[in-house]
Design a protein around this ligand. Structure first.
Ligand code: SAM
Length: 238
C-alpha cells in the first residue's frame, strides 16, 4: 500500500499531525517529524525479531497461547480487539489460530494492512490466517462472518505506569506518542464477552487492576505480564 491508497480524509489528517506516512521500498513507514533521527515505524511480519519470535513459538512456551486456550481449542478463530503492531496476533496465527485484527488508530491500521499485504508474498499460508477485521468490531451492529472463539484484549497501559516507564524501546516511544492511553479500555470487556464463544483474554501489567473491575476466571502469569482469562460460559454476571 502506498500513501496514495490511504483514503483522502486520512491522508489529510496525517499531513496535519506530527506524523507522516511514507511509502518506502520496504513498505509503508510512519515518520515522527519531531524526531528526524528516529527510525520510522514499520510493521514487518516477514523479517526481524518479531517474525523470528513467532516462527519459533510453541504453545507450551508462550503464555499468551496457553491463556487463549490453544492447547484445548483446535485452531481457534480469535479476534485481536486491540491489534496495535500485530505482534501478539502474529504469534497466535503462527501457532495455528486464525486471527482477525481490530485497530481503530488510522495510521496503525494502515501500517497493519500494508504488512498483511507483504505477508501474502513471503508466507501465503500464514497470510490466510491473519486478516484485518476492521476498526470498530465492538460496535453493536458488528456481525462477524464466523464466530470468534476467543477475544484477546491488550489496551494501552495508563501513562506513568511503572512498566511503561521502566523499559520503553525506541520504536515503542513513537507508538505510545501516536496512540496515547486507551482511557476507555474498561468499556471493552462487556462487548468482548458478548462476542467470544469460549473466552476473553486480557493482557495486563502484573500490578494493574482487573479490566472493568471484573475478576477473571483464572490467570496465567508470565515474566513480564499477566493474562486474565474470562471463560464466557462460566463468567458470573457483575
Ligand atoms: C498496547 S497496543 C496493542 C499491542 C498489540 N497487542 C501488539 O502485540 O502489538 C493497544 C492498541 O489497541 C488499540 N485500541 C484500543 N482500544 C481500541 C478499540 N476500542 N478498538 C480498536 N482498537 C483499539 C490502540 O489504538 C492500540 O493500537
Amino acid at each position: 500500500m502506498s500513501i496514495w491508497s490511504v483514503p483522502l480524509q486520512l491522508a489529510r489528517t496525517l499531513m496535519s499531525t506530527e506524523f507522516k506516512l511514507e511509502s518506502t521500498s520496504q513498505g509503508l513507514a510512519l515518520r515522527w517529524l519531531k524526531e528526524p533521527k528516529m527510525l520510522p515505524l514499520r510493521i514487518d511480519f516477514c523479517n526481524g525479531e518479531h517474525a523470528a519470535r513467532a516462527a519459533r513459538a510453541s504453545i507450551k512456551q508462550e503464555a499468551i497461547a496457553r491463556a487463549c486456550g490453544m492447547h484445548k481449542l483446535k485452531q481457534p478463530h480469535i479476534l485481536d480487539g486491540t491489534a496495535g503492531l500485530g505482534r501478539d496476533a502474529l504469534v497466535l496465527a503462527s501457532l495455528g489460530a486464525t486471527v482477525g485484527l481490530n485497530e481503530r488508530q488510522p495510521e496503525v491500521a494502515a501500517l497493519l494492512q500494508d504488512a498483511l499485504e507483504r505477508l501474502t508474498q513471503c508466507d501465503p499460508d500464514l497470510a490466510q490466517r491473519l486478516y484485518f477485521a476492521g476498526s470498530d468490531c465492538f460496535a453493536a451492529n458488528f456481525k462477524p462472518a464466523q464466530p470468534f472463539a476467543v477475544v484477546y484484549l491488550d489496551p494501552m497501559y495508563p501513562k506513568g505506569d511503572k512498566v511503561q516507564r521502566a523499559a520503553v524501546k525506541k520504536d515503542m516511544q513513537m507508538f505510545q506518542q501516536l496512540v496515547g492511553t486507551d482511557h476507555d479500555a474498561d468499556a471493552l470487556l462487556e462487548p468482548a464477552l458478548a462476542l467470544a464463544t469460549q473466552r476473553v483474554v486480557v493482557k495486563r501489567p502484573q500490578h494493574a487492576d482487573f479490566l472493568g473491575g471484573r475478576k477473571p476466571t483464572h490467570q496465567i502469569i508470565s515474566k513480564k505480564h499477566r493474562f486474565d482469562v474470562y471463560l464466557t460460559t462460566t463468567t458470573p454476571a457483575m
